[in-house]
Ligand binder design. Structure first.
Ligand SMILES: [Zn+2]
Ligand SMILES: [Zn+2]
Length: 238
């Protein structure tokens, strides 16, 4: 009845967006034309109305206690129906036990699957044309790389690897201790902020063909090291 938005969030996060009984996700993925569809329901263990299943448990409970997250369990629609149709099997104690077991299962998943790579996803590098001498805006263009740190925090121990397309050339890795947020250009072993104005872009008429692809390795602010391969695919480095 009066389950607050905050309480609903707690329920959804605690249960990992999955039904506590059948464990399936209660959100179907979006398609190109439709938003994701939600069939999860925050079910009351002790019912909100006196005529509901397991109503005997209402005795001595306030409405606030009944709408508290501790009395709610996230279920898919079919499981919610079962739970309300079979109150002798799905007793108050049984539902609390199911909820607890589900929460433990979700927590154990969290240990294996680390949280999403929020910062790492915002750190990229790609081959680009740079100044051969960053100190001289009129110097000739050269091949180098752009590093983009679109996160709000620096990344550390950044290795930009110039991997030769043709095998006989040597691999060059430029190591940068700290890369603050922003766009940075790598020229040889020098790193400099990307100029704001495109006008500073050197004349690239007579550039030779690019002979390398870039790969990136860096450590995020949580101390986790990441590798982004030449196709841009991000992976944790153990
Ligand atoms: Zn279910
Ligand atoms: Zn119900």
């Amino acid at each position: 009845m009066a389950v607050s938005g905050r309480t609903r969030k707690i329920i959804w996060v605690e249960s990992g967006g999955r039904c506590a009984i059948c464990h399936r996700q209660v959100l179907t993925p979006a398609t190109e034309t439709d938003d994701p569809s939600i069939f999860g329901e925050e079910a009351h263990i002790v019912p909100a109305s006196p005529g509901g299943p397991r109503a005997a448990g209402r005795l001595g409970m306030t409405q606030a206690q009944i709408d508290h997250h501790s009395n709610l369990i996230l279920l898919c629609s079919p499981c919610h129906k079962r739970v309300d149709d079979q109150p002798n099997h799905f007793t108050i104690e049984e539902l609390h036990r199911i909820k607890r077991a589900h929460r433990e299962w979700i927590a154990s998943l969290g240990e294996q699957e680390r949280p999403p790579a929020r910062q790492a996803e915002k750190v990229t590098a790609w081959p680009s044309i740079v100044l051969s001498d960053p100190a001289d805006p009129n110097s000739a263009p050269a091949w180098g790389a752009t590093i983009r740190n679109a996160s709000e925090l620096p990344v550390y121990q950044v290795h930009v690897e110039f991997v030769p397309i043709e095998r006989w050339r040597g691999l060059l890795a430029v190591v940068i201790e700290v890369v603050p947020p922003g766009d940075w250009l790598v020229s040889g072993r020098k790193v400099y902020p990307k100029p704001d104005r495109a006008a500073l872009r050197p004349d690239t008429w007579e550039m030779p063909e690019r002979t390398y692809v870039t790969e990136l390795r860096f450590t995020d602010t949580n101390g986790q090291t990441w590798h982004r391969d030449r196709r841009g695919v991000l992976a944790e480095v153990p």
